[in-house]
Design a protein around this ligand. Sequence first.
Ligand code: FAD
Ligand code: SF4
Length: 448
Amino acid sequence: MPNSVRFDSREAVDFAIVGSGSAGGILAKELSTAGFDVVVFEQGPYRKAHDFTHDELSVLFRDELLGGGPEVNGQTFRSNENETAVSIWQAPARYAQTVGGSSVHFTANFWRLRPTDFKEHSLLGPISGTNFADWPISYEELEPYYTRVDWEIGVSGAPGPFDAPRSRPFPMPPLPIKSSGVLLEKGAAALGLHAQPEPHAILSQAFNGRAPCMKCGYCMYYGCEVGAKSSTLAAMIPLAEASGHCEIRAESAVFRIETDNNGRASEVLYYDAAGEEQAQKAKAVIVSANGAETARLLLMSASEQHPDGLGNSSGFVGRNLMYNAHAAVDAVFEQPLNDYKGAQVSRIIHDFYETDEARGFYGGGGIDARPLWSATPIFHAMLGMPPDVPRWGAEFKDAMAHNFTRQMSIIGSTTSLALDSNNITLDPRNTDKWGGGEVLTGPRGGVG
Ligand SMILES: Cc1cc2nc3c(=O)[nH]c(=O)nc-3n(C[C@H](O)[C@H](O)[C@H](O)COP(=O)(O)OP(=O)(O)OC[C@H]3O[C@@H](n4cnc5c(N)ncnc54)[C@H](O)[C@@H]3O)c2cc1C
Ligand code: SF4
């Protein structure tokens, strides 16, 4: 394990960070390079770029990077609070359990929010039955940090007609256009819409000692074997470790945060790789374990001082879980597109991003073109074949050979609303392999 430093668990480190993903990895780099002693707890293993594979069965169907399916993580699901929660074939909260978290396997589409997103409640008014609210900060306040992220991790792209203002241009040009992007551009132009290059947290050029994308195509759901995807694993954690102030403690699943007599977080309890209980004292604890697991850990840390869980005086912990929803339409073209090459998306339409009350519903989003099911062969065979084609024999093989290179999809990625009923709660009847449990009610995740 390539840790450059190992801290004594009985001495309080400055920060214990739970989770090494998009949030935790950046915090680890920022704090450790500022001279603070940091231990990052990550329940998944410490895989490096050369450990990632193109094994479709393992990655897509056996949830290799997700730490196993529901039978391992214990997640259950119910549509509403009157139902009994049950295990379903795909865990409802799907995220990567590996150093770098979901930034390792995400699709790396890297849109920014717009100024209107921060004040939708003020602009649109209340929406009954929801907890619809403005953000406490504005786009203008966040913009310098967006720009820092772009330039520190490496983001490719080019400005589009509806983009929010940027204080600095993209650090590198967009990834090359793909067949699906050319078709989207043509279709958009015919309809008076605007297809623009998709911004990506993927390198289109060599950057900070890292290689550019080699267009392997095993991108969405996979780890990048060359480190071109700007995950925290590739871009942040090496800097944190090089500081000499950061220990990545992998295969360490935190199950409880203890508080001191003043009610302040003082220690994390975790299971190590052998399943043994361990503890680490800390002056401060940061929980960056993603939208689902952060809530779960805070709820699991209930005590006499914090009977409803840590940080939960509002009762909001675990509530208002928001997903980005998706809808897809597939088409098979006459000519081969070979769209499986490279990152999923190369062009996107943002004409429908904003809520338009004339449409009669809340929200908007982006429409992109991508191979989706035809990104990889087994994915295509399992999920991309038309329903009327047999699932075996010569007809199946012919359809597979014909369609795989010719299929593409149009995907809408949309917003969702904050609802009490979309929540994480603890399931008293189910446990994960470490002894915890959780229930997610409400919507389920999809592609990104
Ligand atoms: C398949 C997929 C595609 C996506 N595509 C996009 C995209 O194109 N664009 C986009 O903007 N977003 C995309 N996303 C979403 C994006 O990846 C996440 O929003 C982002 O990574 C969340 O960052 P995070 O730091 O909050 O959590 P994560 O990155 O999920 O990191 C949380 C980490 O905490 C660890 N952890 C959790 N609980 C514990 C515990 N108790 N103890 C120790 N460790 C723990 C987890 O193992 C994980 O490594 C996608 C997500 C998925 C799953
Ligand atoms: S398509 Fe590019 S960024 Fe994605 S995994 Fe392959 S090499 Fe990495």
